[in-house]
Design a binder for this molecule. Structure first.
Ligand SMILES: [Zn+2]
Length: 200
């Protein structure tokens, strides 16, 4: 088993070859994990929630679903979920512009920047930030269409497992969102925490 720690507010890129399983753990709970995946042989083929929705008929990823690429090819099987389905795949990755809209002055860590930095460490340039799957994120749509993000209920030690259907480069970001925005809770009130990656 390969073990990696994603530091609080940080990101990490890992190879995940066909047939191997990636477990993403939030050891302290309540920590959003923005997840991106690319075909290892073609970085223009990335995991695409929008292409996945119409096949799984759900705007949330559920255990048993197969997550598709932008070319509608199977990338990952979502094989296990101990977080009670508290996931999102509609909210764009946070980025510097979003934090400035919230009133932050100066640089703020973001999932978009974490993706770029993590991929650059493997020698890859990211010029498009794909829509992530946001594991352990409580954002959802209410029956009237309203988008809400109530406090994060994911318990310590919760995990998801994803089995690769093709050779992949996967990126996990510990979402750095740490602002006190009424009605828009993302992570634990005390701030972002680490994530653990286990590859089997
Ligand atoms: Zn984020």
């Amino acid at each position: 088993m390969d073990f990696h720690e994603v530091s609080p507010k940080g990101g990490l890129a890992v190879r995940l070859n066909t047939g191997r399983t990636l477990r993403i753990v939030t050891p302290k709970g309540q920590q959003a994990a923005d997840f991106f995946a690319y075909s290892a042989s073609n970085l223009r083929e990335w995991l695409s929630p929008m292409h996945t929705w119409v096949t799984t008929r759900s705007v949330k990823p559920r255990a048993g679903d197969t997550l598709l690429s932008c070319f509608r090819r199977p990338m990952l099987d979502f094989t296990a979920d101990s977080a009670g389905g508290v996931h999102d795949m509609m909210i764009a990755a946070c980025d510097q512009a979003r934090y400035e809209q919230f009133g932050v002055e100066g640089p703020h860590a973001s999932c978009a920047e974490n993706l770029r930095v993590a991929m650059s460490r493997l020698g890859h340039v990211v010029d498009v930030v794909p829509q992530p799957v946001n594991f352990f994120t409580n954002t959802h749509v209410e029956p009237d269409g309203k988008l809400v993000s109530p406090p994060n209920p994911v318990p310590p030690g919760a995990f998801v497992e994803l089995k690769a259907r093709m050779d992949l480069v996967c990126v996990v970001s510990s979402c750095p969102f740490d602002l006190q925005v009424p009605g828009w809770t993302i992570n634990a009130a005390a701030g972002p925490t680490e994530l653990h990656l286990e590859i089997r």
